[in-house]
Design a protein around this ligand. Structure first.
Ligand code: ATP
Length: 404
């Protein structure tokens, strides 16, 4: 296996705007890095540049200790895709319909002129690794979607490439099949020590798989595209300390509740939308917050950091509660999501929806809680939503950056 180093890579198509702009990362040997972001943010283009299928407009790419691509101000290097020893797996990968599983996996090795004995050994190992043994003589039209993707993965693994580039390999699969294959690929990755770059716009998949996530964004206005890499870190660090409002809303399902309001601080007191929140040591927790006094800011709280309390129950003087009214409830067995309306302050967004690939701007505030029927508020009931002050995040209204 090998490292992947991207240094200031850029890509523009023709005279158009940059679709990848100044992206740098060092992917360690054996690391699994997920490129995550909405449609059109440059994830596939980045993989294609690494594979050599798309020339970079600027910057350099190294695989192991070899520079495979460099352009812009640097001397031009452009190693052909076949010589990069990179394997790519796509969504809905086409298999050869007239070949069975064995021959589909063996095809690339035969093309390279490998000896038959070695081919048989490699394919047998791969087939066993992926649990494809009983299917070895079947053609693709007699395989399920999950089995076909497993064969596509086998074709990549059998090559023993230096790095693996996975472009939404599971997105054509649903439900448990998708979860199982994801789990299996992560196990294979760990067992074989693969260096992997994985593209997805599914936050759950990114969180479950990644050693590190690159959160990407691309916003298209009339003739301009802005955005780029928003944050690179471990899933836990991105969840706990998102760099900005966009990242906070993208990670987590449903995403963070973000409300707008005006901020006043006074000692340990923080007034937001006319409600007072007492946060002991607020200066040391959010030292920069005082710079935003009397300004409109955005405050975010995740659905799991809110407790629902009946309307007339007295809450402690150091607790911060907002009022809400139950709009709808979705139960998922052990836990449920309760969506609240009638919240003070505008709700700016409640997260990224992978289906519509947009940040949702519904006027509902999401609360996650255990499904205990005796504690479940009724539809339309007015309640208090007690917010854990230590879990609040504050964002600059103009730039969206997290205030720390
Ligand atoms: P998705 O999740 O939908 O696959 P993505 O994040 O992988 O999206 P890319 O496919 O990398 O996004 O595309 C990034 C941008 O580059 C898009 O705006 C796309 O329209 C543009 N683009 C991609 N390929 C070309 C091309 N060959 N010519 C012109 N523009 C292109």
């Amino acid at each position: 296996m090998a490292t992947i180093v991207l240094e200031h890579i850029k890509k523009t198509f023709g005279q158009g705007p940059s679709v990848v702009d100044d992206f740098s990362i060092e992917v360690a040997d054996g690391e699994l890095v997920v490129l995550f972001g909405p449609s059109g943010c440059g994830k596939t283009t980045t993989l294609r540049m690494i594979a050599g299928l798309e020339p970079a407009t600027g910057g350099s790419i190294s695989i192991g200790d070899r520079c495979v691509e460099s352009s812009g101000n640097m001397p031009r290097v452009n190693i052909s895709p076949a010589k990069r020893n990179v394997a790519m797996v796509f969504q809905n990968q086409a298999l050869y319909p007239h070949l069975d599983v064995f021959d589909n996996i063996a095809f690339g090795l035969k093309m390279r002129g490998m000896e038959q004995a070695e081919i048989e050994q490699r394919v047998s190992e791969t087939v066993e690794l992926l649990g494809l043994g009983p299917l070895i003589h079947r053609r693709p039209n007699r395989l399920s979607g999950g089995q076909r993707q497993r064969v596509a993965l086998g074709r990549a693994l059998v090559r023993r490439a230096d790095v693996y580039l996975m472009d939404e390999p599971l997105s054509s699969l649903d439900g448990p099949l998708r979860d199982n294959l994801r789990h299996e690929i992560r196990r294979l990755h760990d067992r074989l020590g693969l260096t992997m770059l994985w593209v997805t716009h599914n936050a759950e998949e990114a969180m479950a798989l990644a050693d590190r996530i690159v959160v990407m964004r691309q916003e298209v206005s009339q003739d301009n595209i802005t955005g780029g890499v928003q944050q690179i870190d471990t899933p836990a660090a991105i969840y706990e300390s998102p760099a900005n409002r966009f990242v906070a809303a993208m990670i987590g399902r449903p995403g963070i509740n973000v409300m707008s309001g005006t901020l006043y601080t006074n000692g340990n007191r923080l007034d937001f939308n006319g409600k007072t929140l007492v946060v002991p040591g607020i200066d040391s927790i959010y030292p920069k917050l005082k710079e935003y006094v009397r300004q409109a800011i955005a405050a975010g709280i995740r659905p799991e950091d809110v407790t629902i309390v009946p309307e007339h129950q007295k809450i402690a003087s150091n607790e911060y509660a907002i009022e809400g009214q139950v709009d709808s409830v979705e139960c998922f067995g052990r836990e449920c999501m309760i969506y609240m309306g009638g919240i003070d302050g505008t709700i700016l967004e409640t997260g990224f929806d992978a289906k519509s690939e947009r940040l949702e701007k519904q006027e509902l505030f999401a609360v996650r809680r255990q499904s205990d029927p005796s504690l479940m508020p009724a539809h339309g009931e007015k309640v208090q939503l007690v917010i854990d002050p230590h879990r609040l995040l504050f964002f600059d209204r103009e730039t969206g950056k997290t205030i720390v």
